[in-house]
Ligand binder design. Structure first.
Ligand code: SAM
Length: 243
């Protein structure tokens, strides 16, 4: 829910956590994920770090996935959904399985994750509902994505590597220019002070609103933040994008 009034105070910048550990490295394997029971049929996901950190699931992905399943279960019929930095596809696949969607959604990442995204789409029989695509932050959007014109964008744990911050901001800018009414559902875990620089820059460029979520007291204690990000000009309209 994008609700400035009802949302808890925006306090991400107050956190003085200097360094929180990255998730423990998992051995390659396949496991089931049901998002705390929100998916009646669990997702089956293969995780493998051989081709990069996106090969395993990260904490913000579970928070964002649960948020979408709980609050957007039935309002995404007309949404054109695209996930950035999807890794193995945790969030996008959860939405495809557990939410009512009217269009196939895109899970996107760098080429190193392409095979894993495809494998996980297949493991869950979601070929008709999910497409994998390469989307390198900072690159011009492909014609396929321009034609799709996403209006719901998902991004979980994409703030973790400082040199990529300007690239991610550039892609978010491009997507919000392509579809000015789009909302980016953005979840990240603050691990380093530099992560807050990303947030400050995002606040300058976009309308950034903390989302209401019943799990917030739990995930905020772990340094996780969940935002709805819209184009500045859409600030007044963002209140309408509520679950
Ligand atoms: C920490 S992982 C998060 C994966 C997944 N969203 C989750 O929550 O489990 C970050 C993802 O961002 C992707 N990524 C990093 N830099 C990128 C770039 N420049 N362009 C596109 N994707 C990038 C990585 O490949 C990785 O899959």
């Amino acid at each position: 829910m994008l609700a400035e009034d009802a949302a808890p105070p925006f306090e991400a910048l107050d956190i003085d956590l200097d360094l929180a550990p990255l998730p423990a490295m998992k051995a390659a394997g396949t496991a089931n994920f049901d998002f705390s029971g929100l998916l009646s049929q669990p997702l089956r996901l293969h995780e493998d770090l051989a081709n990069g950190c996106g090969g395993q699931t990260w904490p913000a992905g579970f928070v964002l996935g649960k948020h979408m399943l709980r609050y957007h279960h039935s309002d995404l019929q007309d949404a054109r959904i695209l996930e950035l930095g999807a890794g193995g596809g945790l969030v996008g696949l959860a939405v495809a399985r557990g939410c009512t969607i009217g269009h196939p959604l895109y899970v996107t990442d760098q080429i190193e994750m392409f095979d894993l995204m495809g494998k996980n789409i297949g493991l869950n029989g979601l070929e008709a509902k999910v497409k994998a695509a390469i989307l390198n932050w900072g690159d011009a959007l492909s014609q396929e994505i321009i034609d799709f014109k996403p209006n719901v964008i998902l991004a979980a744990d994409c703030v973790y590597f400082e040199p990529a911050f300007p690239l991610l901001l550039a892609t978010m800018t491009d997507l919000l220019a392509l579809c000015p009414s789009a909302t980016i559902y953005f979840c990240f875990k603050k691990r380093r002070r530099a992560d807050m620089h990303f947030l400050k820059k995002a606040q300058k460029k976009f309308n950034v609103v903390e989302l209401v979520d019943e799990d917030r007291p739990v995930f905020s204690r772990e340094g996780l933040f969940l935002f709805g990000i819209t184009a500045k000009a859409q600030a007044s309209q963002s209140q309408k994008v509520t679950p």
